[in-house]
Design a protein around this ligand. Structure first.
Ligand code: ZN
Length: 172
């Protein structure tokens, strides 16, 4: 058996790739989604995208909480509107880093579910922000790219520590 998939952290190159569309919902996809669910639960995440497990394909998952069921989004498309606002965000691939990120507030998402059925949802609440964050992962974009300069400065040490850890990993 191959080793279980685990979270990938910055600066791993897979986090910077534009992910490929899913052509077929097969065993690979179902297995990957099961791993995404497991890792998101282990790390107490709100959502997780496939590149965060090292797979550059256009899938993300939002975890169930309160009224909201778990949802899988395959090949998602976003339509954004509304006045952007700032809200605190973190990322499983950027441990110990948080910043206020400016994003549009009205979000419409269309995607396929695990059965291949297309669905559309709208949110002008927190979930709409989560969709945008996870969608960014499919485009190779991280919150460190969207931070205001002051937040980047405040997180500079944590970002450097991650990059140094990756360097010493490679040097081994
Ligand atoms: Zn993230």
């Amino acid at each position: 058996m191959p080793p279980a998939r685990d979270i990938v952290v910055h600066p791993h190159p897979v986090l910077r790739m534009k992910a490929k569309p899913v052509e077929k919902i097969d065993g690979f996809v179902r297995d990957l989604v099961a791993d995404m669910r497991r890792v998101a639960q282990e790390l107490d995440g709100i959502g997780i995208a496939a590149p965060q497990l090292g797979e550059s394909v256009r899938i993300f998952l939002t975890c169930g909480r309160d009224e909201e069921p778990e949802r899988v989004f395959i090949n998602p498309r976003l339509e954004l509107s509304g006045t952007p606002d700032l809200h605190d965000e973190g990322c499983l691939s950027l441990p110990d880093i948080r910043a206020e990120i400016l994003r549009p507030t009205v979000v419409r998402i269309t995607a396929l579910d695990l059965d291949g059925n297309e669905f559309t949802l709208e949110s002008s609440e927190f979930m709409g922000r989560v969709w945008q964050h996870e969608f960014d992962h499919l485009e190779g974009v991280l919150i460190i790219d969207r931070m205001r300069p002051l937040d980047k400065l405040a997180n500079r040490r944590a970002i450097r520590n991650l990059e140094r850890a990756a360097e010493s990993e490679r040097g081994r």
